[in-house]
Design a protein around this ligand. Structure first.
Ligand SMILES: Nc1nc2c(ncn2[C@@H]2O[C@H](COP(=O)(O)OP(=O)(O)O)[C@@H](O)[C@H]2O)c(=O)[nH]1
Ligand SMILES: [Mg+2]
Length: 349
């Protein structure tokens, strides 16, 4: 879907303003979810976009619709309007730093007479948010690497194991063999949960008993993948240990063991962040990124949260590629992050 928002003519914008000023109950109910097994073919692109839009509806309501209501019927950009705008941006969890940057850019444009009314201001904001979201793209996948090793990290409960299941399902759909490694040995339930996902998607799980050394499980797992000529290996890791220092040391060791066992591995280190935690996600990312080099971020639970603005803060403040977004608990609820689509989904009614 094209990013048509900028090009809307005056008449269309007015219609849109009216629509967004309507009470929420009058707004069309969200579209239905598409079926679980639908492949990401061009014909289904629209279905995927609809689902994204549907799942981002809470963020859209608290962010863009509030902005629309603030701008509705106003002819000028005054200090009061800017103050309210700042509050909307902060409460949408775009982040203090990114909000300040946005407001400063807006003020500069106003001073240079380049922004003269709220309509232009909204266009400018959508463009700036798109610019923030266009963070560096994830490094290209090395298709010739076998096994291709993906390590998944993040604090407890953010959605690591669920994301692993979803990613495994995608690779399986492409016809690849996938092996999962139960590196979260800290909790017995974590191993069982990964096994359930393994069964669901048809991937073997390499595990040892709870409490064993995760690096040993990873060593075994990669060895098994090499022996079986497996295409993709995904490593689950712990999100909590007795201390944060211990956790980081353990992750560094898992990283080291993977690269020793398989040159270039882990080829991807994905950090999973939970959108509902808002600003906390940014501080988590800093801690993990300092300990191990994160290659991509997975932002989960964007469905049902009003804090989706965090995506812009993450991209702008961390400069780590936002690779996937999680928009639900089901297998199909993982999408490649596409900045343009994301802005479209937020700004179009
Ligand atoms: N709504 C929603 N829930 C999610 C998403 N991803 C994961 N979850 C849920 O978050 C909870 C914790 O997930 P889990 O994978 O166990 O997290 P882990 O501790 O990091 O491995 C589970 O109830 C998942 O179903 C998502 O994108 N949207
Ligand atoms: Mg887990």
């Amino acid at each position: 879907m094209a990013f048509t928002w900028f090009k809307k003519k005056k008449t269309e914008t007015t219609e849109q303003e009216l629509k967004s000023a309507m009470p929420e109950a009058l707004v069309k109910p969200s579209e239905k979810t598409v079926a679980a097994s639908e492949p990401e073919s061009p014909e289904n692109k629209q279905g995927f976009f609809k689902r994204l839009k549907d799942r981002l509806s809470t963020t859209r309501k608290t962010f863009v619709s509030r902005m629309d209501r603030l701008f509705f019927g106003k002819k000028e950009i005054d200090d009061e309007l800017l103050e309210e705008l700042e509050e909307i941006l902060i409460t949408s969890d775009i982040g203090v730093r990114t909000t300040m940057e946005l407001i400063e850019n807006v003020q500069e444009k106003i001073a240079r007479k380049l922004l003269n009314n709220p309509e232009q201001l909204k266009e400018f904001l959508a463009g700036e948010i798109l610019r923030f979201l266009q963070s560096p793209p994830p490094p290209p996948r090395m298709a010739d690497q076998k096994p291709y090793v993906i390590m998944v990290v993040g604090v407890n409960g953010v959605g690591k194991t669920t994301t692993i299941g979803k990613i495994a399902a995608r690779y399986k759909k492409e016809g690849k063999d996938v092996l999962l490694i139960a590196g979260d040995t800290f909790r017995a339930a974590a191993i069982e949960q990964l096994e359930i996902w393994g069964e669901r998607v048809g991937a073997d799980v390499i595990r040892q008993k709870p409490g064993s050394d995760p690096s040993a499980v990873v060593f075994d797992g990669i060895q098994a993948a090499q022996a079986r000529n497996t295409d993709v290996v995904i490593i689950d890791t712990a999100g909590r240990l007795h201390t944060k220092v211990n956790l980081m040391k353990e992750l560094q060791k898992v990283h080291r063991v993977s690269s020793r066992k398989c040159s270039g591995a882990p080829h991807e280190v994905l950090l999973v962040l939970d959108a509902t935690t808002g600003q906390n996600a940014i501080s988590q990312a800093r801690v993990f990124h300092e300990a191990i080099n994160i290659t991509g971020i997975v932002l989960t639970k964007l469905d049902g949260t009003a804090k989706g603005g965090i995506a812009a803060g993450i991209c702008n403040e961390l400069k780590i590629p936002l690779q996937y977004i999680g928009i639900g608990e089901q297998i199909e609820d993982l999408q490649d992050f596409d900045a343009r689509e994301f802005v479209d989904a937020l700004f179009t009614l």
